[in-house]
Ligand binder design. Structure first.
Ligand code: 13P
Length: 248
């Protein structure tokens, strides 16, 4: 059985004061649960969150990293730097980074390989845009992304991987994929992994859905066989909404 995994992606939100208030309130309301929980925050808040969540099961993630360990890469943050802070997860290949920051399947693949040589587990994002879905190409688009992004990764890597299926048309739009649409793609992703690595690995990989997930639709989505969790944007900015999803 896969452990449900709910991760918040704060994106470029939260002041230091807001992050502190949120983390203290979450720590207070959080209770023992079988759900794996993480907050993926801007780099500048990571150490703060690690300190506040110390002694709890709440994990902390970054939203990007570089694939090189050091060097002339102005504005970038390396995996060893994140390891020094004890960071648990790192989102890779979010559609916003693919769209605005020239993230490609090639750089995503290099970042995944670097993370798997570290103590930090990646959360890989894939998903189609609205034109691609309207053209009926969503499955082939996601398949091409998964295959390119996982190139050269081992079975052991992929067993420990989280893949977030985030249809771009459902991100921040309030237009959630139906549970059936989300399940269909998450099952497709698991089939692709099964073809590449075998059934045992495919059974281990955690597959999240992301895109306008909130307390009101989390139960239906989480009840789907191949949806093991959620990557939560807007609803991870309010403690009660985030707790509502954790308590799906
Ligand atoms: P929303 O939950 O705001 O739609 O964002 C989803 C997302 O992009 C998480 O990575």
């Amino acid at each position: 059985m896969r452990t449900p995994f709910i991760a918040g992606n704060w994106k470029m939100n939260m002041s230091r004061a807001e992050a502190t208030d949120f983390a203290n309130a979450l720590k207070e309301k959080y209770h023992d649960t079988d759900v794996r929980t993480a907050i993926c925050a801007p780099f500048v808040h990571l150490e703060l969150l690690k300190n506040i969540f110390e002694g709890t099961d709440i994990k902390v993630g970054a939203q990007n990293c570089h694939f090189e360990d050091s060097g002339a890469f102005t504005g970038e943050v390396s995996v060893p730097m994140l390891e020094e802070l004890g960071i648990d997860y790192c989102i890779i290949g979010h559609s916003e980074r693919r769209e605005y920051n020239n993230e490609t399947d090639e750089t995503v693949n290099l970042k995944l390989k670097r993370l798997f040589a570290s103590s930090i587990l990646p959360i890989l994002c894939v998903g189609e845009n609205l034109d691609q879905r309207d053209a009926g190409k969503e499955k082939e688009i996601v398949e091409a992304q998964v295959k390119a992004d996982l190139e050269g990764l081992t079975a052991e890597n992929v067993s420990a991987l989280t893949i977030a299926y985030e249809p771009i048309w459902a991100i921040g739009t309030g237009r959630t994929a139906s549970p059936e649409q989300a399940e269909e793609m998450c099952a497709h992703i698991r089939d692709i992994i099964s073809d590449l690595y075998g059934d045992a690995v495919a059974c281990e990989t955690t597959i999240q859905y992301g895109g306008s997930m909130k307390p009101g639709n989390a139960t239906e989505l989480m009840n789907m066989e191949n949806i093991d969790g959620g990557l939560i944007g807007g609803a991870s900015l309010k403690v009660d909404d985030f707790m509502g999803i954790i308590n799906f």
